[in-house]
Design a protein around this ligand. Structure first.
Ligand SMILES: [Fe+2]
Ligand SMILES: [Fe+2]
Length: 486
């Protein structure tokens, strides 16, 4: 037989050396005939593992979201936003696969094992950043990775291909999450702190063992383990925290919009205001996290949309950060006001907060004052990075308006009623510029001149004396919604 004749006339019957026509890989290249004949989980076993992964990713997403607002470290706020987004996307895929294989009831809202829930409760209640990082990234996330890898090794790639594929794609992102977490622990958790948490970390291991590991593949230890940090039930902390690089959080000393919308001012200095407005958006994930955390019984579709928007808003903040670094400006010299998320989170209901967000976002749609205008200013600066920032910021806003129309408008009534409701809610939290000053919370320092000078050094131009004198605060212009870009 010539090589060309291999498998062209008949099929080999040996499992060990089976091949396809002309030597082609059989079974669409997924696995060998040997593997196809010998590996596999039953549908019931596969469904059980998928349900555990579904539940675990759901719990993990909730922890990430719930800890965004009160997490002082900016980088972790941003990372938690991304990690929550990854988790919720995969939650949907696992649920859909279970529904493909089984008739209802699917039991997707029921905990697969009490110890698994204890395990996640403990991490949710972790008392500080170090414990939270260790619980998340040294225990929970690696347990998800183990479960995904074992599922991929144990199930039959052909028979259960849809499950195998979901696990494989999920693994790519969960490994990224783990890698970031490992790096975060290296930067933030010292040996002493770790040693102090040894007893609790041991409890986490034992809770997983009691559940037969996250995927239930191992024999459950059967141990009854008491609660540690979760003895006091978790309550969401709505007060936004920032790390020490963020100073003067009540400062309303520089009115970004008054410059942006002033046709007398050339585009280039407006670059700084665009970056400022983007980075100030740290407060949007801080606020959105509160809405999601306080609405635990909404549908997966709601969770998915809201978490996606939350992540987009975190991206917008980081786009501002990128801009400042690109201009060689030390952004820690700029006060990023946090009173919007503080006021909304502590004084309004979740429904009111969502309506305020919606009303703001509708205000960003008009051509002359909204996202399109910001993009035109960015184009006029002739800086490709600034243009790209505003281009994507505008694109994201299109999706956000759609998300608002999908979730908050039907809850309130018509679009006009929702906006009126949002407007009334907003007036409830207005605190005036002067009061913050009188209360000694801020001096409303004008940070513009030194930041503009730093930008001019980067641009290698002399500061314009008129622009340098810019000194418009929010004192006489109510810090209202038109001046907050969601
Ligand atoms: Fe935004
Ligand atoms: Fe937005």
């Amino acid at each position: 037989m010539t090589p060309d004749d291999i498998g062209t006339r008949s099929a080999r019957v040996s499992v060990n050396s089976y091949y396809g026509y002309a030597g082609l890989p059989p079974l669409a290249g997924l696995e060998t005939m040997q593997e196809a004949c010998t590996t596999g989980l039953s549908v019931s076993e596969s469904v059980n593992r998928l349900k555990r992964l579904h539940w675990s990713l759901k719990r993990l997403r909730r922890i990430f979201v719930s800890r965004i607002t009160s997490m002082p470290i900016y980088e972790l706020k941003m990372a938690f936003s991304l990690h929550a987004h990854y988790c919720v996307e995969h939650v949907g895929e696992f649920a859909a696969r279970v529904k493909e294989m089984r008739q209802p009831p699917h039991g997707l809202n029921v905990t697969p094992h009490a110890s698994l829930d204890l395990f996640f409760d403990e991490i949710l209640c972790a008392p500080d950043t170090e414990a939270l990082l260790l619980g998340l990234y040294e225990y929970a996330v690696p347990a998800v990775i183990r479960a995904l890898e074992r599922m991929m090794a144990d199930t039959n790639k052909l028979f259960d291909h849809p499950s195998w594929r979901i696990c494989r794609l999920t693994l790519v992102e969960v490994q990224d999450v783990c890698q970031y977490g490992t790096e975060a622990i290296r930067c933030l958790v010292n040996d002493e702190k770790r040693a102090g948490l040894k007893q609790w970390l041991d409890i986490l291991s034992r809770m997983l063992a009691a559940a037969g590991d996250l995927d239930g593949k191992l024999e459950p230890s059967g141990e009854n383990i008491g609660r540690h940090f979760s003895q006091v039930p978790y309550t969401y902390d709505p007060v936004p925290a920032r790390d020490q690089r963020f100073q003067d959080p009540y400062n309303m000393g520089v009115n970004a919009e008054a410059m942006l919308f002033n046709p007398e001012i050339a585009p280039l200095p407006k670059t700084i205001m665009l970056y400022f407005k983007r980075m100030r958006e740290i407060d949007v994930p801080e606020m959105m996290a509160s809405m999601i955390a306080e609405n635990p019984d909404k549908s997966w579709e709601y969770d998915r949309d809201m978490t996606r928007q939350l992540w987009d808003e975190a991206r917008h903040a980081m786009m501002g950060e990128i801009g400042f670094v690109h201009l060689e400006i030390d952004w820690t010299e700029i006060p990023f006001n946090f009173t919007w998320s503080l006021g909304l989170n502590t004084k309004l209901s979740a429904k009111e907060r969502h309506a305020v967000l919606y009303t703001i976002e509708q205000g960003l749609m008009p051509k002359s004052t909204g996202k399109e205008y910001e993009w035109e200013v960015a184009l006029a600066t002739a800086d490709p990075l600034t243009a790209m920032i505003q281009d994507y910021d505008w694109a994201d806003e299109v999706l956000h308006a759609k998300i608002g129309r999908r979730w908050i408008v039907p809850e309130i009534g018509t679009q006009a009623e929702t906006m009126a409701y949002g407007d009334v809610a907003w007036t409830k939290i207005l605190v005036d510029w002067k009061q913050w000053k009188d209360d000694g919370l801020t001096e409303h320092r004008n940070w513009w001149p030194e930041v503009y000078r730093a930008a001019c050094r980067h641009w290698k131009i002399e500061p314009d004396s008129q622009i340098l004198k810019y000194n418009v605060s929010y004192e006489n212009s109510r810090a209202d919604m038109k001046e907050i870009a969601g």
